[in-house]
Structure formats: structure tokens, C-alpha cells
Design a protein around this ligand. Sequence first.
Ligand code: NAD
Ligand code: UGA
Length: 462
Amino acid sequence: MKKSAKFTRNIICIGAGYVGGPTMAVIAAKCPRYKVTVVDINAAKIAAWNSNRLPIYEPGLLEVVKQARGRNLFFSTKVDQAIREADIIFVSVNTPTKTFGEGAGKAADLQYWEKTARTIVKHSASDKIIVEKSTLPVRTAAAMARILNANDKGIRFEVASNPEFLAEGTAVADLEKPGRVLIGTRETPEGVKARDAIVQIYANWVPRSKIITSNVWSAELSKLTANAFLAQRISSINSISALCEKTSANVAEVSRAIGMDDRIGPHFLAPGVGFGGSCFKKDILNLVYISETYGLFDVARYWESVVLMNDYQKRRFVQNMLAAMFNTVAGKKIALFGFAFKADTGDTRESPAIDVARLLLEERALVAISDPKALDNAKIDLRAHPGSLELTADPYKAARGAHAIAVCTEWQDYRALDYRKIFAGMEKPAFIFDGRNLLDHQALFDLGFNVFPIGKPGMKHF
Ligand code: NAD
Ligand code: UGA
């Protein structure tokens, strides 16, 4: 094990994405005595991590990266060398939903993980701790340990699970002050040694009471369960939003009323156009697949309904637009305010705006998309989709000549726009469909807009 005298530990992370980059940047910033190297096969991404234009937009991240980069934080494509020198290897490669063969559309595609494991074996010359940072199906560590330890070099690998709970847009804050850090290991002398080593890393800045340990399978399953529960809350409140629109109840009032019950709590009760992001759907479908694999079909159906309700909510949003706009949007310009799956990120993976745009284009609307950070991704997401599409960072331009605005992302900037000016430049009657309940609905109605929030009856002038 090669260790420079300057550093007490040599940590690497394979996979420089939304999780690997920020997680390692915070570890490096908090632990100046550790050498932290993030490696990836994607050279363009590594070049971006080494520049001042990081490959992902995340508030506060550049400052953290700059604090440690070149001191004890390094980004590199030299995967082989990094593996050779490492004591602890975090693996944060992507684990998307499988698109082919057995389990297609539900199971996790573990090819990137397995390739990484084989690369680790190939280039290692000493024992190492391998940390699952990616979200993986329960019992993956067993398969990984088998692949890793089937080597004839006499090297032993201990596989631990340390799932990541950060949310995009707040990644730096989540990493600096995590609600908990979960470390799952085997209860063997090697497992306990690995656990202590990982605990030691986080103990540099996380209070010991927030670092919890468990067996490997519980850690793997806790990650899937946490995402499933969070998504379930959103689908639950979205289902109620549909009922509110029919009954003149107000979903914001319902959310507040139930959220003040300590047993329910106020978080993740904001209704909207549906949840997006790379993980909720993927992880629930993974849970569904695992349950089916064990013959637990009722469990599978239960969790699948969370995804089905989310699909319904996205469809319902566009159906409401059609119904309000006299059952046709063909040839009408519609401005989408926001395309990212949530505010403060440029990430559009599984963004509900993709479905909204797609459905509107299928209705032959002219779709003008505005977003401060996600236009490059929007272009890629919709490139194969025929129809009339305009992309502009300027929401005023997107709304000019439009019949309707659909708010798809809760960027706070959209609250401060001059809606009097926007209204003046739009076709009449002018509509706003607020898919995030972001705007001041009464004020917009008073300006002349017909306003359709989520979970509240629409406000119409006709
Ligand atoms: P990502 O796609 O942004 O990054 C993954 C990176 O791994 C890519 O840059 C890719 O080039 C690299 N990679 C793939 N195979 C490789 C190999 N063989 N060698 C070196 N690099 C390789 O993915 P992400 O969003 O960072 O997610 C990573 C994992 O973390 C997933 O399992 C995800 O479920 C989980 N997770 C994500 C989030 C999130 O907010 N995005 C939060 C918690 C957990
Ligand atoms: C989510 C989890 O919050 C993280 O803990 C987890 O680590 C991560 O997934 C992951 O495994 O990838 P993220 O997807 O980045 O994080 O963002 P969230 O804030 O959870 O939002 C997800 C989606 O739900 C967004 O589209 C958001 O707009 C939507 N949402 C969220 C609602 O519609 N209502 C809410 O009340 C909250």
C-alpha cells in the first residue's frame, strides 16, 4: 500500500457523478490529512471537475471543490493507478433500470458495478475495503464479494454498504450536516475492521450519534426503503390533490393540517406535477422486482402503485390543460417554466417536464421551454421527439405570444417575474397551470390570467 507521508489515508471513489463528486469533495474538505481521488472513465467529466465549470450544477459545490482541489482532492481518469494506491474504494457508478433481458424495466442494471469490481481485482495488489455508495439491490454485496474474492493473488476485499441520502440542489448542505450516516458491514473481524475505518472518516465532522451501523443487507435495503417512503408521501398527497380539485378542498390546507401531526410530519407533502429525479422511480421499481423475485407479489403491487400514481399525476396535469383550453392545444404556443426535475439543479433525469413536453408535442402544441440551468439537458431529452420546440433561458421570451404557461419546476426566480408584462404579451384568454403551486394565484387572477393550481379548483374569468 503506497502512502505519501503527507497523508494518513488514501481514499478513492470510482464514478465522478452527482454522488461521487460532491461526496468526495466534502470528505476531502473535512479531512485534509486524507488523500481523496475521484476517478471516472469519462474524460470530459474529469476535465470539467478539474475546471471552474463543474459537470453538475449544485449550489456551494464549486467553493468546496476549490478549497481542497490540488491539496488533497484529485480528479483523474487513471483508474488503474488510483486503485493500486487506495486503502478504501468507494464505488459510486450508475445503477440504472435494466432496459433489456430478464427484469427489463424494473431490475437494476448492475453491469457498471460488476465491471468496476473486475477492474478493482485486476489492478489491486493489496487488501482493500470496498464501499457501496451506489444504490443497489439488497444482497448485492454478497455477489460483489464473490467476484472480488475469486482472485488468485491472495488479496481479500471486504465489501461494506454506505448508501448516500443526499438530495440534489442541497447536496453540499446534506453532506456537511447529514441526518444520519449509515454503514452496513458483516459482523466478522474483517467486517468490524472495515466498519471502524469508515466510521473514522465520517467522525471527522459528523457527530458520532448520527453515524449508525447495521448489517450489510439492512443498509442496502434501508436506502431503497427511504426513497420508496419519500416517493410514497408525494404520491399520497398527489392523489389527494386530484380529490381536492373536484371537491373545492385546498390541498395546501390539507397538507398543513396533516403535517402538524407529529406522527405524520410536514416534509414531502408538497403536491405537484409528479416526482422526478434519477432515483425514486428506479429504486421503487427495483424494490418491486426484488419483491417479485422472492414471490412477494402483493408487496410488489403495493410499491408499484406509487409509480403508477406518479404517472397518473403527470398525465392528469396535461389532461387538465387540455380541458381548460377548450380541448385543443394544436398550434397553440405553450411556455414551460422550468425543465429540471426540481429547483437548484440542471438535472432533468425523469423530470416530469419531459412527459409534459412530450404529451403537449403529441397534441401538436408549440412548446417553448425556459430553464436557467437545464436547457442543454432538455435539448438532449427531447431530441428524438418531433414537433415544434423552442428553448430559451428567458422566460419572457418563452411566454411571448403563448396561450398558456405551465410551471414545471419551482425555481424561485419565477415568483419575481413581471406577470403584468407577461400577460400583456400573451394570447387571450391567457392561462397559467402552476404545476408546483409556486406563484401567487390570486394576484395572477387579478391580472387577468385564468389560473389552474394543483389541488385547488381553477380560477376562471369565463
Ligand atoms: P451519475 O450517472 O451521475 O454518475 C456515475 C458515474 O459513474 C458516471 O460519471 C460514469 O461515467 C461513471 N462510471 C460508470 N462506469 C464506470 C467504470 N467502470 N469506471 C469508472 N467510472 C464509471 O450517477 P449518480 O447520480 O452519481 O448516481 C450514482 C449512484 O448513486 C446510483 O446508484 C444512484 O442510485 C445513487 N444515488 C444517487 C443520488 C443522486 O442524487 N443522484 C443520491 C443518492 C444515491
Ligand atoms: C431523493 C431523496 O430525497 C434523497 O434522500 C436520495 O438520496 C436521492 O433521492 C437519491 O437516492 O437519488 P432527489 O431526487 O435529489 O433526492 O430530490 P428530492 O428533493 O427528493 O425530490 C425528488 C422529486 O420529488 C422532485 O421532482 C421534487 O420536485 C419532488 N417533490 C419533492 C415533490 O413533488 N413534493 C415534495 O414534497 C418533495
